[in-house]
Ligand binder design. Structure first.
Ligand code: GDP
Length: 428
């Protein structure tokens, strides 16, 4: 079995965690390679229900080694909370099954403050940030104004480096935002309470991955969010601040030479989007409320109601293309069982022209959805395990999407539980 990247094709929340949990039985290592604790992966299995944020979804499977690569936004406070939460449910997290790259940058206490302060300043022009400090973190990372996890192993150097960063950051806090400055005592406390407690997990994960690969171990790369939130290829500026692309996985994992054989793109059977930004196939009113309720579309991190809409073929095809997905898992098909007619956005109309190409982000504001309706199946499909046992209308819906996005749909998920899955290889 080959190395695989599991990535989101749309706006995120497609069900990546659920697929990583299912497929991790075939893998030795799961690596998170980008993003922070600003979104959630929900996993339901024999150990219970888990809302994972930064921990790789392989953490809930015994025998899997989990890695937080250098590309992640490593927030020690959130990570420790999360470790506490999964430990309470009987999952053991040790340096044996969790390894943190010594080159991962640390999300510092002021990043969260700055996120909040900037959203307040933007008022009605806000980006819809989850206020976890991700954008200020990545900005500072690219300015080389963060601390690497490996620096925790050098306490004297760490103290001086943090002090230097604090003096610089206090200028922004006090002079730009009129906010309270940090003190050295604040930072000492942060180091003692949080940062020092993750020290034992820190190592050179690049060396670990290379050696594991040489020894024939199978690696799965897990992304956060989806193509349309990618910093370079997404709906700028309503993107996240990192690259959600499979192509970034080797770099963000610490193993730039890693070969990825399979890119499994996760697509939801309808669309959802958290936060601000253009969303062409969005539904409103009662129609939206019904789908939101049926799909339980409330953010795993924030509890915010997700915006919902019809399956967007234009955006999905684009997502498949930029991820270079080799196969697709279509999730939450069961959620559509209540619909008489299922809407699908097949094209956009931009400036009076019908198009099937995903346009430049600014043009999305002017794009209107062209909707086609498919027959619903109106029965419970959540227990179906075989492709041929799906109602014909459900199969037609899946086949239409597959044809439009030009990528094989090899998994159809019909429920959140580990085994609520139809495996469809060779179109059967
Ligand atoms: P991720 O961030 O991509 O991992 O996705 P989230 O965990 O934020 O959102 C997916 C949600 O859908 C979770 O609550 C899952 O338990 C749930 N889910 C995943 N697959 C299915 C499915 O096929 N059917 C149903 N009903 N729920 C699903």
């Amino acid at each position: 079995m080959s190395n695989c990247a599991v990535v989101g094709i749309n706006w995120g929340d497609e069900g990546k965690g659920r697929m990583v949990d299912l497929l991790s039985q075939e893998y030795d290592i799961v690596v998170r390679f980008q993003g922070g604790g600003n979104a959630g992966h929900t996993v339901i299995n024999d150990k219970g229900k888990f809302a994972l944020h930064l921990l790789p979804s392989g953490i809930v499977r015994d025998g899997v080694v989990n890695i937080l690569g250098n590309g992640v936004a490593l927030d020690p406070e959130n990570l420790l909370n999360e470790i506490g939460q999964v430990t309470e449910k009987g999952v053991s997290v040790t340096p044996e099954n969790l390894k943190i790259s010594d080159r991962a940058s640390l999300l510092l206490p002021w990043h969260r403050d700055l996120d909040e302060l900037e959203e307040q300043r933007l008022a009605d022009k806000k980006f819809g940030s989850t206020k976890q400090g991700i954008a200020p973190f990545y900005s500072d990372k690219y300015q080389k104004k963060t601390i690497l996890a490996g620096e925790l192993l050098y306490p004297e150097h760490l103290k001086q480096h943090l002090k230097d960063l604090m003096e610089w950051k206090n200028l922004t806090l006090t002079k730009v935002y009129n906010a309270k400055p940090y003190t050295e005592a604040d930072l000492d406390k942060w180091v003692d309470t949080y940062a020092n407690k993750i020290k034992d997990f820190v190592c050179d994960t690049g060396v670990y991955l290379k050696e594991a690969n040489k020894a024939g171990k199978k690696i799965m790369f897990e992304a956060q969010l989806g193509s349309l939130r990618d910093l370079d290829y997404g709906i700028h500026p309503y993107t996240t601040s990192s690259n959600t692309m499979a192509a970034y996985a080797p770099i963000g994992s610490g193993y730039p030479g890693a070969k990825i054989d399979t890119v499994l793109g996760i697509v939801k059977a309808y669309s959802t989007c958290v936060g601000e930004g253009p969303f062409v196939s969005e539904m409103f009113g009662e129609e939206a409320e019904a789908l939101r309720k049926e799909g339980d579309e409330y953010g795993a991190k924030t509890g915010r109601p997700r915006r919902v809409g019809a399956m967007d073929i234009v955006a999905t095809r684009y997502g498949v293309e930029v991820q270079a997905a080799t196969e697709i898992a279509l999730t939450k098909l069961d959620v559509l069982s209540y619909m008489d007619k299922i809407p699908v956005c097949t094209h956009y109309e931009v400036d009076g022209q019908k198009t099937d190409r995903f346009p430049f982000p600014v043009a999305l504001d002017y794009a209107k959805p062209v909707i086609e309706y498919f027959d619903g199946w109106k029965c419970d499909i959540s227990g179906v395990k075989k492709w041929e046992d799906l109602p014909e209308a459900a199969r037609n819906y899946v086949l239409f999407i597959e044809k439009q996005i030009d990528c094989p749909i090899t998994y159809v998920s019909v429920g959140p539980e580990r085994d609520s899955i139809i495996v469809r290889k060779d179109g059967k």
